[in-house]
Design a protein around this ligand. Structure first.
Ligand SMILES: [Zn+2]
Length: 345
């Protein structure tokens, strides 16, 4: 979600336009793939090894993205080298959506973390009714009005809309390595923005492919998981950010959205402050009256939200309230209609 913390300065490297690919190093390319949302693009990366290319993330599945891939595949580096691997950072459709199709087109193996793969499988296999039922149950607990619940039934499975199907995948985990011509990439798995997100970093060159965990302009969405037990995602993200405070500001970060940047620790400090302010804001509101996820969302995001945005904003409000419960600052109890109320302890 958009945020008041100061955007970071751009690293001085070439920036691709929509649908374009630019070389960042002899063995790294950056693709800017358009998205039909307010967040209007996702960054994909390509690494070159002796045996061919590794593509990191793919964009959503749509006719337009298929055409973008048609154009990309008809030009270097794809005409010079085969795609051997597709690494998917996490299960969100803007990252995994086209992976099945790209794998079918190229024969490349898809690599993911097992948890993200199983998550994607679980969501794509739900039919429209089952998906809507899951969302209605969640939104009812959050305290949304009946008209919002009714609209969910019409929306159906908005996850599988943006992909054909979850690809078969080989599994990678923290500590695994991947090489490119000049790179020895360490794989890390982080929890917070998603449940087991893959990041890659090359310590010798100090280059970090951060996916959606560290972004230069917006704050990564931190939400309680769908179709899984509630988990303290904000607590996990704070642990990640605490580690990033130790990295310093001399890395080249190639993120999942917006532009490349250097200031890892500065950004981590800003994000910690941002989430602490939001927690303080909720405690302040709860001092006047118990909160629902909906009223917490209205306090944190006081703007008109469409359903796509409401989905992220409500998950984010829930993650903050649940973190306060885990920190023993609040207690949560349902009323007779099944709506959860959060009170100061
Ligand atoms: Zn994401």
């Amino acid at each position: 979600m958009s945020d008041p913390i100061t955007p970071l300065a751009k690293a001085n490297i070439p920036n691709p336009k929509d649908g374009e690919i630019v070389a960042v190093a002899e063995d790294i390319w950056w693709i800017k793939m358009p998205l039909p949302f307010r967040l209007n693009h996702v960054n994909l990366y390509v690494l070159l090894a002796d045996d061919g290319l590794t593509v990191i993330d793919t964009g959503i599945y749509s006719d337009h993205i298929a055409q973008c891939w048609d154009a990309l595949l008809a030009a270097p580096p794809f005409t010079d080298h085969p795609i051997r691997r597709i690494v998917v950072t996490h299960y969100h459709p803007d990252h995994i959506g086209y992976a099945h199709s790209l794998s079918e087109r190229t024969g490349a193996e898809v690599l993911m973390s097992q948890i993200e793969h199983e998550k994607s499988m679980a969501l794509t296999t739900l039919d429209d009714v089952a998906f809507a039922d899951m969302m209605i149950k969640r939104y009812r607990m959050f305290g949304f009005d009946q008209d919002i619940l009714n609209a969910l039934a019409e929306r159906g499975n908005h996850y599988s809309d943006k992909m054909t199907k979850t690809p078969d995948a080989g599994y990678i985990q923290a500590g695994d390595r991947l090489t490119s011509l000049s790179g020895d990439w360490h794989i890390r798995c982080d929890r917070g923005h998603s449940e087991h997100h893959i990041g890659l970093y090359d310590p010798a060159r100090r280059i970090y492919l951060s996916g959606d965990f560290l972004l230069p302009r917006i704050t990564p969405n931190i939400a309680t998981p769908l179709a899984a037990a509630v988990d303290d995602m904000l607590g996990h993200y704070f642990a990640y950010l605490a580690e990033m405070l130790t990295w310093g500001d001399d890395w080249l970060v190639l993120p999942g959205h917006d532009w490349a940047f250097h200031a890892v620790s500065t950004r981590a400090a800003g994000l910690i402050r941002h989430h602490q302010q939001r927690l303080a804001q909720l405690l302040d509101h709860a001092d006047h009256a118990p909160l629902t996820v909906k009223s917490a969302m209205d306090a944190l995001f006081p703007m008109e939200l469409n359903e796509h945005e409401r989905y992220f904003a409500s998950g984010e409000a829930h993650a903050h309230l649940y973190h306060l419960v885990k920190q023993n600052a609040m207690i949560c109890a349902p009323d007779q209609h099944g709506v959860d109320y959060y009170e100061l302890r």
